[in-house]
Design a binder for this molecule. Structure first.
Ligand SMILES: NC(=O)C1=CN([C@@H]2O[C@H](COP(=O)(O)OP(=O)(O)OC[C@H]3O[C@@H](n4cnc5c(N)ncnc54)[C@H](O)[C@@H]3O)[C@@H](O)[C@H]2O)C=CC1
Ligand SMILES: O=C([O-])CC(=O)C(=O)O
Length: 272
């Protein structure tokens, strides 16, 4: 039976939900949870209750020596890619990343590639909240002409972003477009909400050529991702209505399941 020892970087909405799904999965052992120094003791205490009988440690860094994990799963944010994913890759540990929006920061995607090359390993960018990435990346082989993405969330899903500068999010009565531009600008202005735009760009025609429109919409309850792609392969359109996680309404629950699916694909006899 294939098994993997995993270091989970980040124990917020996604990390905690992944942990809950995997804790009874014998093939996938979460061995380490990587958190900030300020949270380490609290998380270790929480794990004592959550993970009775499991050997899981809360640490501040991914071990790269004898106690190294087989795989690192990042579900934390930009700083965690710098602090934990780059060193793990350089040390030869394969990594999965969900904070794809972070890769639009100048140079970070190249740094990841260089670190993975150095460690002779791979970084797997997960599909997260969106679907159809397999088809889009396959379509790219023959050449893509356009990729156009619309992101639509309930107004409160945009709290804490520059959408607040132009919209009264708590009292919005109709669907309102507040951003139209390139995926590069979307990622710069809305870093915590630009994961899908960045994922589509990386799988497709890049940050400058991928067009993005963002809406705050009081008539919807889900995070709705819609995109169209045109190219030599033909045409595709994908609509994904993702239920938000109660613990973080900016994040679709599908992101959690995409992590679990990717992990299953590493250990189950049949990968799909
Ligand atoms: N690819 C996709 O489609 C999606 C990606 N995401 C991204 O996934 C990441 C996690 O999302 P959530 O769990 O919803 O966020 P969250 O805010 O609930 O949890 C993130 C956790 O990571 C911790 N953290 C941040 N930096 C860290 C570091 N350097 N080292 C260790 N821990 C660190 C924070 O303290 C927090 O506990 C975010 O970057 C988010 O933008 C979220 C939704 C969809
Ligand atoms: O729906 C989600 O989970 C996240 C999202 O919109 C994004 O980051 O692009």
């Amino acid at each position: 039976m294939l098994q993997q020892r995993i270091a989970l970087v980040g124990f917020g909405a996604i990390g905690r939900a992944v942990f809950d799904i995997l804790k009874n999965e014998p093939r996938l052992q979460i061995a380490q949870i990587i958190v900030s120094e300020a949270r380490r003791e609290a998380v270790q205490a929480e794990l004592g209750e959550l993970a009775a009988g499991m050997a899981v440690q809360a640490l501040t860094d991914v071990p790269v020596g004898d106690d190294r994990p087989d795989l690192v799963v990042e579900c934390a944010g930009h700083s965690a890619i710098q602090a934990h994913v780059l060193p793990a890759l350089a040390a030869g540990i394969p990594c999965m990343v969900v904070s794809i929006g972070a890769l639009s920061a100048p140079g970070l995607a190249e740094q990841l590639e260089a670190a993975a090359d150095k460690g002779r390993t791979q970084v797997h960018l997960l599909s997260g909240a969106v679907g159809g990435i397999d088809a889009l990346a396959a379509a790219k082989v023959a050449g893509l002409d356009s990729v156009v993405y619309t992101g639509r969330k309930p107004p409160l899903g945009w709290l804490g972003t520059p959408a607040e500068d132009t919209l009264d999010l708590r009292n919005l009565t109709e669907s309102t477009l507040f951003f139209s531009g390139s995926a590069r600008d979307a990622a710069r202005l809305f870093p915590k909400n630009a994961n899908v735009a960045a994922t589509l760009s990386l799988a497709g025609i890049g940050l400058d050529n991928t067009r993005v429109e963002l809406y705050a919409d009081p008539t919807v309850k889900e995070n709705i991702h819609y995109y169209e792609a045109q190219g030599a392969f033909g045409f595709m359109a994908v609509t994904l209505k993702g239920k938000p996680l109660a613990s973080n309404p900016k994040t679709s629950a599908l992101t959690v399941y995409s992590v679990v699916r990717a992990l299953h694909n590493r250990v189950l006899p049949v990968a799909i």
